[in-house]
Design a binder for this molecule. Structure first.
Ligand SMILES: [Zn+2]
Length: 81
């Protein structure tokens, strides 16, 4: 009777976590919704004391133009589809 220990240690990919394998935090590009590493972000902006990171200069530009659009919480003032 041999107890089997199957090797279950495979490459586990975490796709929806905000930390990478070294425990570093990932942040969300609020413009396009992509998760990025702050250290490799293409741009960042500060708005109301909060720092936002972006995957590309284009996302940063969009944010800088209308930061409220991307930072406001869902206030339920009409839907915009
Ligand atoms: Zn982006």
């Amino acid at each position: 009777m041999g107890l089997r220990f199957p090797k279950v240690y495979e490459n586990i990919k975490s796709t929806s976590v905000f930390h990478n394998e070294r425990g570093e935090s990932m942040v969300k590009d609020v413009v396009c919704g992509m998760e990025i590493d702050p250290k490799t972000a293409a741009g960042k902006s500060e708005y109301k004391g909060q720092t936002y990171y972006f995957c590309s200069p284009g996302c940063k530009r969009s944010f800088d133009k209308e930061p409220e659009k991307y930072t406001e919480q869902a206030q339920g003032h009409g839907n915009h589809h």
